[in-house]
Write a protein of this length. Structure first.
Ligand SMILES: Cc1ncc(C[n+]2csc(CCOP(=O)(O)OP(=O)(O)O)c2C)c(N)n1
Ligand SMILES: [Mg+2]
Lengths: 320, 332
């Protein structure tokens, strides 16, 4: 098999998991015949039938809520929400119910749904089609949050998410959907949740990033000795991986697309401040989006942390 | 002429109103067609959802509204704004992402706003405008202001819980609001029958003890009359109405091209509806009934063309927003 995109890798994971476990069901708007807005579920309804690839009315709250009930019953629903901005209508069901069923049932059962949604700036429409609201979900006890960055980990992480016993929000960076291609094994493998990965080894700056920004942070690293950590699972955070690297480099830069205040960068910074402050040789820096509503394409470049801004942060921690 | 109109049961439909219906529909049609023409230049950097084929609904409803009445729109909102009287310049400028756009070039086609004409801000969230519209009508009632709110939404938005919660509340409080469901049978590529068991949207009103009516959304007079009835009912304290207007969008869900060749919808279906073009049919009607002369119609068309040309030049010549504007208008 040649190189494939993240879209294809996710499709492959879905197909393999549906093959492996007849309880795995896809549910969402236009996921069937249409194969979804980004064609991620293309061909799956043909393969597995309309009972297992379920087209729904336009009803995010209803879709997510139904999936929770299905999951509590023993089905493994994989929900697709067309864009991250449309998940908000269903937040009530995620926050008030999915995240709490395990606790509410005192450990007897849970709602192991996966909610997949395209995430971040990617295809140029403004506002709700380009959201990166990962921090919202990270703040909610009881849900896991995953962001793949390559075709390989997209497939492996999604398989783990589907097999997980608790609700997982699976955020797919829409900018990466078709922009990177890589070889992906056709056999069954998983990438574990809750584990970060060293994307690039280095000695002087620990850079923590995920999704689209991982690639930007790496592009910007030329000329610096960066250790780049691909977080992959944002919740629960792989604290040990971050701390281990910071203890080695003594410097931390976190890069994310979401706006800075209350963003996940704050959590990571606080973790390091609490656990490894004595190792720091420079202040922790966050390169993040501004506090603004995501604008139309022309202003997008001002919004997204670009290579130059990231390099400035690297320089700053080195010169401190 | 007056007699002729009487004979056709249009006692209150004067030539003036009929001409305005025609002009309003044609203005929307020509505006949208200009986008179709210009879009391939790739200067408009926003997705556009065109309403070609659906013009009669916006035109027929908005002719019953005053300038300070409110309109809540959706992602397919060009027609609503135009029919409410929005000038073209800020709309085209918005599509081009220019600082002179109605949303300062930051929002694009799905986020139109015209505060002067009661269009309070539109979003891409399907159904998102419905509760806000109910809120505006509640506010107008609390303030004793004689305003009616019209909420436009699609058959897809009817799927969303926001509709039911809002309609229930509006009817409970007998609010001065008109719910206008533009039923073009599709939400993206999903047919109404794949999403709704009964496909009887207007019947919903009965369960909420409100007025519901289903009209041919390609017949501007039918829409006008239904809206006139609903607006006056709303204004008199008779509560909300649900107008379901059946129509069809000619272009794909998004963008300037038709979509039937992608297998989304059968070509015969489009042909059927193109045959029933609201603008063409109404033009023929006006001519046949000698309401309007071809010369008058030509004059209307050239005035619209001039307005479009002016707006497009304005939009092209306008500056892009500066980087700092990204951070503006968050709060004060
Ligand atoms: C809450 C939400 N869910 C999904 C979408 C994606 N989406 C945009 S328009 C649309 C179809 C809307 O159909 P309808 O309400 O009938 O309006 P039409 O496009 O036919 O005018 C969908 C699914 C969205 N914008 N918002
Ligand atoms: Mg529709």
């Amino acid at each position: 098999m040649g190189k494939i995109t993240i879209v294809q890798a996710i499709n492959m994971a879905l197909s393999e998991e549906m093959q492996r476990d007849t309880n795995v069901v896809i549910i969402g708007e236009d996921v069937g015949k249409d194969g979804g807005v980004f064609r991620v579920t293309e061909g799956l309804q043909e393969k597995f039938g309309p009972e297992r690839v379920v087209d729904t009315p336009l009803s995010e709250l209803g879709i997510i809520g139904s999936a929770i009930g299905m999951a509590a019953y023993g089905i493994k629903p994989v929900v697709e929400i067309q864009f991250m901005g449309f998940i908000y209508a269903g937040l009530e069901q995620i926050f008030s119910h999915a995240s709490r069923l395990r606790s509410r049932s005192r450990g007897r059962f849970s709602a192991p749904i996966v909610v997949r949604t395209p995430y971040g700036i990617g295809i140029k429409p403004p506002e709700l089609h380009s959201e990166s609201a990962e921090a919202l979900f990270c703040h909610m006890p009881g849900v896991k949050v995953v962001v793949p960055s390559t075709p390989y980990n997209a497939k492996g992480l999604l398989k783990s998410a589907i097999r997980d016993s608790d609700p997982v929000i699976f955020l797919e960076p829409s900018r990466l959907y078709r922009s990177i291609k890589a070889e992906v094994p056709e056999d069954d493998y998983t990438v574990p949740l809750g584990k970060a990965e060293v994307y690039q080894e280095g000695k002087e700056i620990t850079v923590v990033a995920w999704g689209t920004m991982l690639h930007r942070a790496a592009e910007a690293a030329e000329g610096f000795d960066c250790e780049i950590i691909d977080l992959m699972t944002l919740k629960p955070l792989d604290e040990e991986a971050i701390l281990k690297s910071v203890r080695k480099t003594g410097r931390l830069v976190v890069v994310h697309e979401a706006s800075k205040s209350g963003g996940l960068g704050a959590e990571i910074s606080a973790l390091v401040a609490e656990e490894a402050v004595e190792y720091l040789k420079a202040p922790i820096l966050r390169v993040a989006g501004p506090e603004a509503v995501i604008p139309m394409a022309r202003l997008e470049d001002y919004y997204m942390p670009g290579k130059e801004r990231i390099r400035k942060a690297y320089e700053k921690v080195m010169l401190y | 002429m007056r007699k002729e109109l009487l004979k056709y049961g249009m006692q209150t439909l004067t030539k003036n109103i009929l001409d305005r219906m025609y002009a309003s529909m044609l203005r929307i049609r020509m505006f949208e067609e200009k986008i179709v023409e210009l879009y391939p230049e790739q200067e408009m950097k926003c997705p556009v959802h065109l309403c070609i084929g659906q013009e009669a609904i916006a035109a027929g409803v908005c002719l019953n509204l005053k300038k300070d009445d409110y309109v809540f729109s959706n992602h397919r909102g060009h027609g609503h704004c135009l029919a409410k009287g929005s000038p073209m310049r800020p709309l085209f400028a918005e599509f081009y992402g220019k600082a002179t756009g109605c949303s300062k070039g930051k929002g694009g086609s799905m986020h139109l706003v015209d505060a002067e004409r009661g269009i309070l801000g539109t979003s891409a969230i399907v159904g998102g405008g419905i509760p806000m519209g109910v809120g505006a009508s509640l506010a107008s009632m609390l303030k004793n202001e004689e305003r009616v709110t019209a909420i436009f939404f699609g058959d897809g938005a009817y799927d969303e819980g926001a509709f039911y919660e809002s309609f229930n509340f509006a009817s409970l409080k007998k609010l001065p609001v008109v719910f206008v469901c533009e039923n073009n049978f599709y939400a993206t590529n999903s047919h109404q029958s794949a999403r709704q068991p009964g496909c009887r949207i207007s019947d919903t009103a009965a369960a909420f003890d409100a007025h519901g009516v289903c009209v041919d959304g390609n017949d501007v007079i039918a829409v006008y009359k239904a809206a006139r009835d609903s607006v006056s009912r709303a204004a008199r304290g008779g509560g909300p109405s649900l107008i379901e207007a059946k129509t069809y969008r000619w272009k794909g869900h998004v963008g300037p091209e038709a979509d039937f060749d992608k297998g989304s919808r059968p070509k015969e279906e489009l042909d059927y509806w193109v045959e029933r073009c609201p603008v063409k049919a109404f033009r023929a009607f006006l001519l046949e009934k000698n309401v309007t002369t071809p010369k008058e119609m030509d004059e209307v068309a050239s005035a619209i063309k001039a307005e479009i040309d002016d707006a497009v030049s304005f939009a092209r010549a306008s500056p892009y927003p500066e980087a700092k504007e990204l951070l503006e208008d968050l709060y004060i």
